[in-house]
Write a protein of this length. Structure first.
Length: 337
């Protein structure tokens, strides 16, 4: 056999070996991409936060450091070959133990981030909202209490590591947008001269009834009282003057009803000096577009709602009915001990 033939055979053999190695590498890469991924270091999932503005390589490095993929280089190549490189979404992800690299890439491309919500219910004071935000474990920084009535009650999506002041800023911006929208479309002739006065009155409406359907009716009564120069006579304003909106835990005392305080809406006419809570959109809308009514009075009816009246005589009957319900409940509670 000539040297030339031997050389050709050796070259062919080397080519086969190279091809075989390439196939093995390809199979290994395919297995690394589509097969089971690393096991979680602890628990069943691993939390990974991908920062905004991160490129493909930075995302890949973050995932490898977190232990959820085996190769940052292979992830970056796969992201580019599949066309996912330009679609990767920032945020917090929870990767299941053993998830394939393909599944991880698919979740990040689809933006299947962890949804974390901070909920501020209607009628919470700013102090109560601050407590909830400062207690939320995935947020950072320490926020200060925002002005009363400056937040829009709602559920807000937050991300791990987000600054607490930034979250409060979003709540304030949402309130400002809603208030501007509703103020621009307000009913003409209202006894409310500024958006801030609308917030004050809406906060009283919010605290007076927990029944959503009653808000417009309660708002109309307070608007009628303002128009007539009648005192608002709202218990929640007195409570706010005592506890800044925290639960009082007892009935209002006669001395508190008689106190000469700017928060005592039994003695003072007009609006109190500021909001007593953070009103929601519906309460703001109710005071800025109240229904037309002659009603001036309302009292609890024993069902969680209120009985409404136009005249004081009607109101006295409703109050007597409520007092009777209170006595019956007290008697029942005493007999069950």
């Amino acid at each position: 056999m000539t040297k030339r033939r031997l050389s050709r055979r050796a070259a062919a053999g080397g080519g086969l070996i190279a091809l075989g190695l390439a196939i093995l590498v390809g199979l290994a890469g395919f297995w690394s991409y589509g097969g089971p991924g690393p096991q979680a270091k602890s628990g069943e999932v691993t939390a990974v936060v991908l920062e905004r503005g991160s490129g493909v390589r930075q995302i890949a490095d973050t995932l490898q450091k977190a232990g959820v993929i085996s190769s940052a280089g292979l992830f970056a190549i796969a992201a580019r070959l599949t066309g996912a490189a330009g679609d990767l979404k920032a945020g917090e992800y929870e990767v299941k133990s053993g998830a394939s690299m393909a599944a991880v890439l698919g979740d990040i491309r689809a933006g299947r981030v962890v949804r974390r919500l901070v909920t501020i219910p209607e009628g919470w004071t700013s102090g109560m909202a601050l407590d909830a935000i400062n207690a939320y474990p995935v947020l950072t920084g320490t926020a200060v209490e925002p002005p009363e009535g400056s937040l829009l009650p709602d559920s807000y999506e937050v991300q791990r590591g987000e600054d607490r002041e930034a979250v409060i800023g979003r709540m304030r911006a949402a309130r400002d947008r809603v208030l501007a929208e509703l103020w621009a479309a307000r009913q003409p002739g209202l006894p409310i001269s500024t958006p801030e006065e609308a917030v004050i009155l809406a906060s009283i409406v919010e605290k007076e009834t927990g029944v959503a359907s009653e808000r417009p009716r309660v708002a109309a009564i307070f608007v009628n009282r303002l128009r007539s120069g009648m005192a608002l006579q709202s218990d929640p304003t007195i409570i706010y003057g005592i506890t800044r909106g925290r639960p009082l835990g007892r009935g209002i005392r006669a001395s508190e009803l008689a106190a000469n305080s700017p928060w005592n809406s039994y003695r003072m006419t007009g609006l109190p000096p500021g909001p007593i809570a953070n009103p929601g959109r519906e309460s703001l809308a109710a005071v800025l577009n109240p229904p037309r009514t002659d009603e001036l009075y309302f009292v609890a009816d024993g069902t969680g709602g209120h009985a409404f009246a136009t005249t004081y005589a009607e109101h006295e009957k409703n109050v007597a009915r409520w007092r009777r319900i209170e006595r019956e409940r007290a008697a029942g509670a005493g007999g069950s001990r």
